[in-house]
Design a protein around this ligand. Structure first.
Ligand code: KG4
Ligand code: ZN
Length: 359
């Protein structure tokens, strides 16, 4: 099967074709990606300091068909050779979701092919199975596993028992961790999106120059809270500004370092607690913040300390939103249950869609 994947839930237009033979034949899963194209709207939203939904929808409309053509050219396929069309049905921005969904449904109708609506977070949490960051791991035999999902809109720890069987063990009570990175970037006058910028600046900072809170670190449950960190940062910045009109580069780097150290410590502590509570030591890290080098370094230290723990990450370029994760999640669903396809011509999107409501 050749599965076309379409992702338009937020500010990336992502298209891909996945060839299911690679998964079925036990060949390197990553090689099943036979075409992928992506357009990021980051530059367009930068001047507003965040995603402007109406601009996002209009840009998806402009980009989507040329990206589909480009992707099919890479895969050396005609559109009629695609077996099914997968699209992100939710959660996300309603207008943006409607662009990908209506194009997918239109293609499916015109070509008389099935379509399949995918949950965006399911795409993220299965994408680490495309990786071979640890060559001793066979991703096909990795279930059940724990997933740390850290994106711009979500921070969750989940038990993944199988495709479609996801149990949320803990989640953020307020801000998502990606959101905390983005807010920190704004406070430090760094460019949008904040995650990569804060991470890079933190590498120049010294440890332990500021002590920021570790919210809910010892709470004994798997919930997170990141909103208080922003207030703590703001307090530090205000008092420095009272002394000096402009913030020095070293001040900003040290504060970024303190922020990243706090976030990484909380994420790793909670993940360790989840392993302990579930007795499951296979872990995946997914979502945009999964690209963070400090988090990956922290986890590799943990793996060294605790033999028996194995961690899979998506390839770096698949941490943030992309079409590959949608095509791949649809492939796994279709292989597991060919009835997961949708034959109806009607469609809707689900801007809000709790992952544990998935079947
Ligand atoms: O998964 P994603 O692309 O979109 C959502 O579904 O939310 O995640 C985007 C988030 C943004 O908040 C961005 O700042 C963060 O991921 N991010 C990072 C890094 N790269 C992206 N955060 C920390 N370090 C990074 N290297
Ligand atoms: Zn995402």
């Amino acid at each position: 099967m050749y599965i076309l994947g379409i992702e338009t839930s937020c500010d990336e237009t992502g298209i891909a074709v996945y060839d299911s033979q690679f998964w079925e034949r036990n060949e390197p899963a990553y090689q099943g990606i036979i075409g992928q194209s992506l357009h990021s709207q980051v530059k367009m939203h930068e001047e507003y300091g965040g995603v402007v939904p109406e601009l996002a929808s209009r840009d998806h409309i402009k980009r989507i068909l040329p990206l589909i053509h480009n992707c099919l050219d890479q895969a050396n396929l005609k559109i009629s050779e695609v077996d099914a069309i997968a699209y992100t049905k939710g959660p996300g921005l309603a207008g943006a979701l409607l662009v990908g969904t209506s194009v997918a449904k239109g293609l499916a109708f015109a070509l008389k092919k099935p379509s399949i609506g995918i949950h965006h977070l399911e795409g993220h949490l299965l994408s680490p199975l495309l990786s071979d960051n640890d060559k001793t791991i066979n991703p096909r035999a990795f279930f059940p596993f724990l997933a740390l999902l850290v994106s711009g809109g979500h921070t969750q720890i989940m038990m993944v028992n199988g495709i479609g069987d996801y149990q949320i063990l803990g989640e953020t009570l307020d801000d998502a961790v990606g959101e905390a990175f983005d807010k920190t970037a704004k406070l430090l006058h760094l460019p949008y999106p904040g995650g990569p910028a804060v991470s890079e600046l933190a590498k120049l900072g010294q440890p332990n120059q500021f002590h920021l809170p570790r919210p809910l670190l010892h709470s004994k449950n798997l919930d997170f809270s990141f909103a208080g960190l922003k207030t703590a940062l703001l307090t530090q910045i205000k008092s420095a500004e009272n002394e000096n009109a402009t913030l020095s580069e070293s001040f900003k780097a040290n504060l970024a370092r303190a922020f990243v150290d706090s976030v990484v410590e909380v994420l790793i502590t909670k993940l360790s607690l989840a392993m302990h509570q579930t007795n499951c030591y296979r872990v995946v890290v997914a979502g945009g913040v999964g690209a963070n080098t400090q988090l990956r370094e922290g986890l590799s230290q943990l793996v060294k300390k605790l033999p028996g723990v194995s961690v899979l990450y998506p390839p770096i370029q698949l941490c943030t939103d992309n079409g590959v994760m949608i095509a791949f999640a649809a492939t796994l669903r279709l292989l597991q249950n060919p009835k997961s396809i949708d034959h109806s011509d009607a469609f809707d999107v689900q801007p809000r869609w709790p992952l544990n409501h998935l079947v």
